[in-house]
Structure formats: structure tokens, C-alpha cells
Design a protein around this ligand. Sequence first.
Ligand SMILES: NC(=O)c1ccc[n+]([C@@H]2O[C@H](COP(=O)([O-])OP(=O)(O)OC[C@H]3O[C@@H](n4cnc5c(N)ncnc54)[C@H](OP(=O)(O)O)[C@@H]3O)[C@@H](O)[C@H]2O)c1
Length: 309
Amino acid sequence: MCFAAASQNLAHTHSRAAHSAILLLALLTMSSVPPAKYGFVGVGTMSSAIVRGLCTLDQPPPSIVLSPRGAEKSAALAKEFGSIVSVAASNQEVVDQCDVIFIGVLPKQTEEVVRALNFKASQTVCSLVSTAPMALLQECCAPVAKDQVVRAIPLPPVAKHHGACIMTPRHPRIMKLFDALGTCVAVETEEMMKKMMPVTCLMGQFYAQQRATHQWLVRQGVDGEQAAKWTGAVFHCVSYDTAHATAHTFDELVDEQTPGGLNEQVLRELTDAGSWTALQDAMDGCLARIEARPAPKKRKRPYESTEEE
Ligand SMILES: NC(=O)c1ccc[n+]([C@@H]2O[C@H](COP(=O)([O-])OP(=O)(O)OC[C@H]3O[C@@H](n4cnc5c(N)ncnc54)[C@H](OP(=O)(O)O)[C@@H]3O)[C@@H](O)[C@H]2O)c1
């Protein structure tokens, strides 16, 4: 074989190898979850968001079985994702047909619903119930192994693969699932998970900050629609840099504000107003409720709300 032909052949072989490598890389980076039959007992806001997120992955799971309640959401998901989602005739049928069962009922319904189910030792149960204690879940789910009972608290943007989920214990299969639907933080113990929970209670105040910003803009004479679009876009944009934060990210970003600049001015004024102390006081109060302790003493000094009535 002449040199030109040989090198052409080699280039061809290389490009084929490169093509295969790219294909393999693409397959590896496609969002997917461990193959299993996933079931949901209680199909309300949270379960629906997870099912929607799973069904819209590049590689969705082959089968998702839903409980007949809530009927409306189950039927809508089965209609939209008919090749993946089916609705069982009862909660027990969900359990009988699946390897991994999510519990998505309200806290007050949990014990009665889970106690009535017969599980198999080979199954995994993931409770989405924010307050159901692990010991109770493990007892109600027997003979499921204790380390196969998981508590997870995801947030609804899992539906759009931009969720955040705190869970315990570090269960690889459930971690992989919630990582495919956004970011999952798994901690070793239920005690540590409880300490993480007040962060999920900051949603309301975040939206209230946006509402106050919007109201301020409208008072300046800005059109309501433009004010809303701008406010939403800026909050979304500035939080982008912290989506995958490390231990130093927040210090670095706060320190980045130009000394004497406008950002630093707002930061200083809100610091002087005790805003961060008030935030951490509110989180102390949340944690006390989560841990069923009396409310701790507030450190914040009283100051007037600047929110419009
Ligand atoms: N929503 C969130 O953002 C969020 C975030 C984190 C954690 N969570 C947790 O997720 C859980 C569900 O919250 P959610 O907001 O999704 O509540 P939800 O919308 O009220 O859904 C609860 C679902 O449970 C169903 N249900 C009631 N009794 C049942 C039974 N005996 N068997 C089967 N299903 C039954 C209800 O069906 P019917 O409509 O037929 O009554 C309803 O579809 C809660 O424990 C909550 O703590 C929620």
C-alpha cells in the first residue's frame, strides 16, 4: 500500500474511532436514570413534577406506575406519556408492580397509607413526605431493608430538570435519579437532613424580594410587564453563578462587589438593617419546628418592613 493510501486509511480509521468515541461520550452524558420500574403512591404536585421530569429525560425509565389517587393528575400524565406511564387499580398494585416506590401523600396521610401496603424485601421505598420520620417509615415498610428506605425532599423544578433535592441516606440509585432531575445533595443522617431543610423554606422570602423589587420599579413609573420581566431575569441571572457552589463561592461573590460601588452600598445598607441576622433567626425558628423544639430567642432588632401593603 502506498503511503498516501495508508495515511488516508489511517485517517479514516481514526475518524471512525473519533466518531465512536464522540457517540459513546454523547451516550454517557445523556441524562438517564438507573433502569427500574418506578411507582408512585399519591400523585399530587410533587409526584407529578418527578414523573414529568423522568418522562422528559433523554433516556426515560421504561415504566412508571401511578396510584389511582389523585385521579386527575394520574390520568393527565398517563395521557401525555402513554408509552411509559400507566395507572394502577390500587396503591397495592403500584407496590406489586414496581422495584422503587415513591410515597407522595401528605404528612397526615402517610402512616395509614404506608402501613396498609405489603412490600417485598427486594424493594426500595423513597418517601417524599417532608416530615415523616425515618424510624416510622422503616417500621411500616418492613421487610424492606432499612438502608433501602430513603427520605427525599425535592423541589418542583425537578419537572424541568432544574430541581434541588436533599436526601438521606446516600442511596446511589435515588441519588442518580435526582441528579438527573437537577442537583441532589445526599447526607448521611436524618439529623443532618433536618438541618438542611430550612433552606427549602426560603422560597417565599425569595419571591417576596422579587415582589418588593417589582413594586419599587412600578412606583418609579416602569411598565408592570417590563418591570416583572427585568426583575425575574436579573434574579435568575445572578443566581446562575451559585448553582454549583463550593464552600468559598458565596464569600468570593460577596467580596467581588466593587468597594464604594452601588452593589456594595445596597449590601451595606441591608447588613446595617440586620437583614442577614433576621434571615438566620427565621431559619433558627424553622429548624426548631422541624426538630419539635420550642422556638429559640430572636437576635434581630425590630425594624419596619419596607414591603407595600
Ligand atoms: N409540593 C411541594 O413543593 C413539596 C416539596 C417537598 C416535599 N413535599 C411533600 O410531598 C408530599 C406531597 O405533597 P404535594 O404538594 O404533592 O401534595 P398534594 O398535591 O396534596 O398531593 C397529595 C396526593 O396524595 C393523594 N392521596 C391522598 N390520600 C391518598 C391515599 N390514601 N392513597 C393514595 N394517594 C392518596 C392525593 O390524592 P387526592 O387528590 O385523590 O386526594 C394527592 O394526589 C407531602 O408530604 C409534602 O410534604 C412537597
